[in-house]
Design a protein around this ligand. Structure first.
Ligand code: ARG
Length: 485
């Protein structure tokens, strides 16, 4: 048996010289994929139990291997085994430690398996867990936002287009806009989960395996919905990783857009929000400063999430089918993106707890900028004037108000009447911001009833998503428990 410092090798029979240590270090992925240890143990246990159950290896050997694997994981997680050293990857580390602990019987673990179908399986298990966590945290953020929205139905602020005052909206409506954005992100992640929920193990290196394996049994034990149909495709496929990274990048872009707005709103010029001390940072020079650093960093880190998509697609684009070592690069990219985006979702949720909305600033802003000029056109269209003409006439009302430097509700009735006799006294009411808001009664609009309907739909949707999280969590926990002693 090799000593503690001589790594047990997964290959070597045909070699006369050991690998160059610099190149071994260069090609090793152990520093990155060591975090896959638990899922690699889980997948190995499911595999070896199947080998034992089908009689491909003796049942007692299968039991000894499964036991040994569980012991290694327990020791690694308790810090009794160093998950470090001159190994090619987590798979060779695991086999080497197993060999050291239970002897040559460890060599039976790799029957009917290649690292190519092994790593594809382990990474898929990780991806399922990563999606679960990312979805769970995003649902929490949605939930918190719906709560803030429910408390903000009474607050009116300008809706912006081109960052110019456009039309007044309820703050609740504005906030719910982000909830539906995140809902699509979650849907994409769940979709990616579903499509990636396929077992590659049993594909071998490229051609399949020669033993009478029971792949469905392994799929069931590992919680995969089905087994892959083609061994060449299954070992070379990283679409599931691309999909996760792409969905995460879009989620990050959404967080970044929202963050940008929060930075803007916290500025002296907007003053739409004030920030609690706990979510801000001071300046080393300017004593008065209170900076929204967390959201600036979300915005700043979005570039890395987007870069991950390019990095992964570029790693794949030149590869012939089947496994190529280039595929090893997937893990650094996927882990980096998942960590970054998950942490950003959580940070934004934390940040929002320190955001106080300034009703006064928001409502003051709705009383500037002739925000309700569209109501003038709608009013005339309601009186039978074709909208295009009504728009033109409303433009004259705008000119009149601009010339006098007053708001639309301050323009005297005579001035309205001079422009067209279609105006009645009720125009002065119709151009008030709150009246403009309440006029947007069509579903999806910003009137109170429509916003309350939206809050209701959002809460129903959150119930559905939370159920998915609970069920998926339960399923993954059961699979993960294969590794418990
Ligand atoms: N560490 C490799 C990876 O992450 C898995 C091993 C397959 N290596 C090989 N030479 N066939 O992709």
């Amino acid at each position: 048996m090799p000593g503690a410092d001589t790594p047990h090798k997964m290959w070597g029979g045909r070699f006369r010289q050991p690998p160059d240590s610099d190149l071994l270090e260069f090609t090793s992925s152990f520093a990155t994929d060591r975090r896959l240890l638990r899922w690699d143990v889980v997948a190995s246990i499911a595999h070896v139990q199947m080998l034992g159950a089908t009689g491909i290896i003796p049942a007692s050997d299968a039991a000894a291997i499964a036991d040994g694997l569980r012991g290694i994981l327990a020791d690694a997680e308790a810090g009794r085994v160093r998950v470090k050293g001159p190994y090619e990857d987590v798979h060779s580390f695991l086999e080497a430690i197993l060999y050291r602990r239970i002897g040559p019987v460890a060599g039976r673990l790799h029957t009917a398996r290649s690292r190519n179908d092994q790593v594809a399986t382990t990474l898929r298990l990780y991806v399922k867990e990563a999606i679960l966590h990312l979805v769970a945290h995003t649902v929490d953020l949605m939930d918190a936002t719906v709560d803030r929205a429910a408390g903000a139905v009474e607050i009116i602020l300008p809706g912006f287009t081109h960052l110019q005052h456009a039309q007044p909206v309820r703050l609740a409506h504005h906030l719910l806009g982000y909830v539906w954005m995140l809902d699509r992100d979650v849907d994409r992640l769940m979709d990616c989960y579903r499509r990636g929920n396929v077992l590659p193990l049993g594909s071998g290196a490229v051609a399949g395996v020669s033993f009478p394996v029971d792949r469905q049994r392994v799929a069931d034990a590992l919680g995969f919905a089905r087994i892959s149909e083609n061994s060449i495709d299954a070992t070379g496929d990283r679409d599931f990783a691309v999909e996760l990274v792409a969905a995460a990048a879009l989620l990050m872009v959404h967080l970044s857009r929202w963050s940008d707005e929060l930075v803007l709103w916290a500025s002296e010029e907007f003053g739409f929000i004030t920030l609690a001390d706990a979510v801000t940072t001071g300046s080393s020079l300017m004593p008065q400063k209170k900076n929204p650093d967390p959201v600036e960093l979300i915005r700043g880190r979005a570039g890395r999430a987007i870069g991950a998509v390019t990095a992964l697609l570029t790693a794949l684009k030149g590869l012939p089918s089947g496994y190529q070592r280039d595929l090893q690069e997937d893990k650094d990219i996927v882990f980096g993106a998942v960590d970054l985006v998950t942490a950003s979702v959580r940070a934004l949720q934390k940040f929002l707890t320190g955001v106080e909305f300034s009703k006064a600033h928001m409502e003051q802003a709705t009383r500037r900028g002739l925000l309700t000029a569209t109501e003038v056109a709608d009013y005339l269209a309601g009186k039978g004037m074709p909208f295009r003409e009504a728009h033109e006439v409303a433009g004259r009302v705008v000119q009149e108000a601009l010339a006098r430097g007053i708001q639309l509700w301050e323009l005297p009735m005579e001035a309205y009447a001079r422009i067209t006799p279609l105006f009645g006294r009720d125009i002065l009411e119709a151009v008030q911001p709150i009246a403009a808001v309440e006029a947007k009664r069509a579903p999806g609009g910003t009137a109170r009833a429509a916003v309350e309907g939206q809050l209701h739909s959002a809460r129903l949707q959150l119930d559905t998503l939370r159920m998915w999280v609970r069920e998926t969590e339960g399923r993954l926990q059961k699979v993960s428990a294969l590794a418990e002693r």
